[in-house]
Design a protein. Structure first.
Length: 92
């Protein structure tokens, strides 16, 4: 099941919409890892401006997962399975 289908099958509230945007951001296959990291950093800054502390913490946790994935020597783009893992962690 594609991540988009996974998201559609869940109730998406405002926080869910933001998580969906985050997952879309980290799964864009046309971006290099460095561009993904930069985009994620920008996304977190934007969330902090919005003062949504719980969601900011969720996003920061997901960002740590992303960085640890890259630090483990993985250079491939993030695939649907990994995105699904992020989704599960963020929606617990």
């Amino acid at each position: 099941m594609e991540i988009k289908d996974e998201l559609k099958s869940k109730k998406i509230d405002k926080q869910g919409e933001i998580i969906k945007e985050f997952i879309k951001l980290i799964t864009e296959s046309d971006k290099s890892i460095n561009q993904n990291k930069k985009s994620i950093d920008e996304f977190i800054k934007k969330m902090e401006i919005n003062k949504n502390k719980n969601l900011v913490e969720d996003i920061k946790d997901a960002h740590k997962i992303v960085l640890s994935y890259f630090e483990d020597g993985n250079t491939a783009e993030i695939d649907d399975e990994l995105a699904k893992d992020f989704l599960e962690r963020l929606t617990k």
